[in-house]
Design a protein around this ligand. Structure first.
Ligand SMILES: [Zn+2]
Length: 272
């Protein structure tokens, strides 16, 4: 991991060009693995788990209320993913830094991987980065996470174990001023059978508005987990999206955790 000597002063985002390290020795590593020896065929990822900004980037030019919004992280997703990791006995890989710094579910060549604007918010610390600055974020935060997931999947595939890749996400109820009708969604491309089973499980509650490839769909130019870690390997993979205000309390996380656990257990029975 990279090391930088702490100076006690917070750098302005623009002053980082000359710095060679993004993380100090007392900052968390780029990602964490929870329940690494979990026995479930499901490998959980949480790519937008944290809104932490490396200290050297200061506040990335945004006030506190912007850094608490969905543009910085998926509110509730980490807690939900950890709940599922426990209840399903599934390994969980989660990022420790904000997607405003680098988005670990975007191809690293995509502009949205280090967004200059997120929704309607201009991100001052991401304006006009040079190649060196972009590479530093990708090498320090993106690649270690992506490579760790790849290594795990290599091992699972070599061992011939049945494996499903699942990213846990949350979405904002209002996006670009428009209210979204869904409470949850399943996003997928190649994994139609796995996704259909999960959708059927969620729709057992007929009152629940569930999105089928909503509120987003998977596109190789804008996604990484499903195209690379799942479809690209011939493994079934989906992203689960839950509306953030439904999982921003412990009770909400418990309720959605139990619901999704039932759906995953059903899908594991139905899908070979
Ligand atoms: Zn997300």
């Amino acid at each position: 991991m990279s090391i930088v000597l702490a100076t006690g002063t917070i750098a302005s985002p623009q002053s980082t060009a000359s710095r060679q390290h993004l993380l100090a020795i007392d900052e968390p590593p780029p990602y964490s693995v929870i329940n690494p020896d979990g026995t479930s065929p499901i490998l959980l990822l949480c790519e937008h788990a944290s809104n932490r900004i490396p200290r050297v980037l200061g506040d990335i030019g945004l006030p506190e209320h912007e850094r608490q919004r969905h543009i910085a992280w998926d509110i509730g997703a980490s807690a939900l993913a950890q709940h599922l990791s426990r209840s399903l006995d599934a390994p969980l890989f989660l990022t420790n830094y904000s997607r405003l710094v680098v988005d670990c579910n975007r191809p690293f060549a995509a502009p949205s991987c280090i967004p200059e604007v997120s929704e309607t918010t201009k991100v001052p610390g991401n304006q006009g980065l040079c190649e060196e600055e972009r590479a530093l974020r990708i090498e320090t935060l993106f690649k270690p996470f992506a490579d760790a997931v790849s290594r795990r999947l290599d091992i699972l595939q070599r061992s011939g174990r049945r494996t499903f890749v699942v990213g846990i996400h949350s979405f904002t109820p209002v996006y670009f001023g428009k209210r979204r009708p869904w409470e949850a969604g399943v996003l997928y491309a190649g994994a139609t059978e796995f996704a259909r089973s999960l959708l059927a499980g969620l729709r057992e509650d007929s009152r629940l508005p569930v999105g089928d490839n909503e509120p987003y769909n998977i596109h190789p130019d804008e996604d990484y987990t499903v195209p690379v870690h799942a479809d690209g390997r011939g493994l079934p993979g989906v992203l689960i999206e839950v509306r953030q205000d439904l999982i921003n309390t412990l009770d909400g996380v418990a309720a959605w955790g139990e619901r999704l656990e039932r759906c995953f257990r059903r899908a594991l029975r139905e899908c070979p």
